[in-house]
Write a protein that binds this ligand. Structure first.
Ligand SMILES: [Zn+2]
Length: 97
């Protein structure tokens, strides 16, 4: 019997960085850091901000696919919808007169 936990093997160990300030919500000591394949990742436990450090050591913010992508797709549609005009119902006129 081999009881191996695949989830624990792939789960990275996240460490809190003392004194680190979140670039998004400015809260101190909310930043956790871990490495995936030698690439440092960070995230904030307060606002959910996360970023990656590239080879040059620069911060590369990770976009949240659920929020940003959907809002970016919906924005142009809403702008076009505002051009639609509302025509009054002719039935209301008949009952009024
Ligand atoms: Zn934050």
């Amino acid at each position: 019997m081999n009881t191996s936990n695949n989830t624990q093997d792939t789960e990275p160990k996240k460490r809190f960085i003392a004194g680190a300030v979140c670039p998004a919500c400015q809260v101190i000591d909310g930043i956790r850091m871990w490495e995936v394949d030698g690439v440092p990742h960070r995230d904030c436990v307060h606002c959910g901000y996360s970023d990656t450090l590239n080879a040059a050591g620069n911060s590369v913010p990770n976009e949240l696919p659920t929020r940003i992508n959907t809002s970016a797709l919906q924005k142009p549609k809403e702008a076009q919808g505002q051009a639609l005009k509302f025509f009054p119902n002719p039935k209301l006129k008949k009952s009024d007169s």
